[in-house]
Design a protein. Structure first.
Ligand code: GLV
Ligand code: MG
Length: 323
């Protein structure tokens, strides 16, 4: 067992993954042993082993044992570890959960549920997880849920979906399935559409962000399918980064590297955030004033809140304050 995993056992397991960073969320096809073996060596904040759309129907059932073996026996570090099961409109969901969560052991942090259309689908997964946890000796509430919004109906119901279970840790946008659901005339989902005067997903990104934040969830953007175009990825990821998203899916190690940079504050932002916190504390505690000048800028309690978010994210990304 690596020191990182030993350390993980000492913590309160049910809350382990909730506040961990998810700047890069690496997708790994669950039927492919070569990709599975490589996944722990790829630097990413979160890894999910996929039983859904990257696995052929003929391989769905056999992939479960491969995924269990990967969770139990590969040498994972401290990252968030997740399995994506098949959606409730298939015949595989309950078997995925019983077989994989029931056998994977405590290192599995979360289950990702794709194509969520209603709060009831999240509740159904929550109830099933509770039974599987009891039967397999896992602490109750150990497994978190990540929910994907990738249909028109899912987006319409996103408020209720985000409030449906205390197990929910993230809400994720799935651009490829979403483009199909709303019949966008594109053949590649999740990339820029130059013909559109603006960002064709702006409403969707904002809608999901509000629902997620109102319920204390991390909010994650989905895949960018031109895997060789790292500049395009960096550019496209900036859209959700500036809105406030926590991270984005990575399909390759190179994509993960770019995303870890894009979704981290810069050192300059991190240091400035610390300076704002200090200036504000001095103003409120020593000078008994609620607003104070910080360089050319007036800062107050709202500035403190903004700065605190930068510090939290920076610390999650491993930054330390410059001396
Ligand atoms: C991801 O699952 C997507 O459909 O974009
Ligand atoms: Mg999808």
């Amino acid at each position: 067992m690596s020191p990182a995993v030993a350390n993980w056992h000492d913590r309160d397991v049910s809350d382990r993954s909730r506040a961990l960073p998810r700047r890069s969320c690496l997708s790994t096809p669950g039927a492919n042993e070569r990709f599975l073996a490589k996944a722990p060596t790829v630097v990413a904040d979160m890894t999910f082993l996929d039983l859904e759309d990257s696995v052929a129907p003929s391989e769905k059932v056999a992939a479960r044992a491969k995924v269990v073996d990967a969770v139990r026996n590969l040498s994972w570090d401290d990252r968030v570890l997740c399995v994506r099961v098949n959606a409730w409109d298939t015949q595989w969901t309950y078997g995925d959960v019983i077989d994989v969560v029931g056998k994977a052991g405590e290192r599995l942090d979360e289950v990702m549920l794709p194509k969520v259309q209603s709060a009831a689908e999240v509740v159904a997964l929550d109830l099933l997880l509770t039974q599987v946890e009891r039967n397999s000796g896992l602490p109750e509430g150990h497994i978190g849920i990540e929910a994907q919004i990738e249909t028109a109906r899912g987006l319409i119901n996103v408020d209720e979906i985000c409030a449906a279970s205390p197990r929910l840790e993230t809400i994720i946008f799935g651009p490829a399935d979403f483009a199909a659901s709303v019949e966008m005339p594109v053949l590649t989902g999740g990339v820029a559409i130059p013909e559109y005067p603006g960002d064709h997903f702006h409403y969707v990104f904002s809608r999901i962000l509000m629902a997620g934040r109102a319920n204390g969830l991390q909010v994650i953007d989905g895949p960018y399918l031109y895997v060789r175009d790292l500049d395009g990825l960096r550019d496209f990821a900036q859209r959700t980064r500036v809105l406030g998203y926590d991270g984005k899916w990575a399909l390759t190690p190179d994509q993960a590297k770019v995303l870890n940079e894009v979704y981290s504050p810069t050192q300059e932002q991190f240091d400035r955030a610390w300076d704002i916190l200090e200036a504000y504390r001095t103003a409120t505690e020593e000078q008994q004033t609620g607003a104070v000048m910080f360089g050319d800028e007036m800062i107050d309690e709202a500035s403190r809140k903004i700065a605190l978010k930068f510090v939290t994210r920076g610390e999650r990304a491993g930054l330390t304050r410059s001396s």
